[in-house]
Design a protein around this ligand. Sequence first.
Ligand code: FES
Length: 148
Amino acid sequence: MANLTVNGEKRTFSGDPNLPLLWYLRDEVALTGTKFGCGVGVCGACTIHLDGEAVRSCLTTIAMADGKSVTTIEGLSPDGEHAVQKAWRQLSVPQCGYCQAGQIMQAAALLTKNRAPSDEQIVEEMSGNLCRCGCYQRIHAAVRLAAG
Ligand code: FES
């Protein structure tokens, strides 16, 4: 049994405690903004926040989320107006868009813990989020813009 909060709503799950949060969120809660890429923690497409920290939901079991607060791209901001989302729109960051929820969640977590990251810190923090379209320059610029 796991008791967790998802985007501010309390939820209880009594199924397999080893179920990855990725599949819990997509299949049980119908929050499909979180994407499956590699399933082994190397692409970042499935990035969510667990108690405010960016984590890979493909490697995080629902048991690991017991008593914790999960935030997905759908819950990052009630109106889609988080500074990172605004910067993403302003700079038209995505190409295919598949990795973007994970990129945005990673960037938002970075800016929560460091409001004024250096270019090196942005590169370091975003380096685990892969983009097959190669939008890295726009991603970097949008994080810079969101930091203000
Ligand atoms: Fe989780 Fe790739 S799907 S890191």
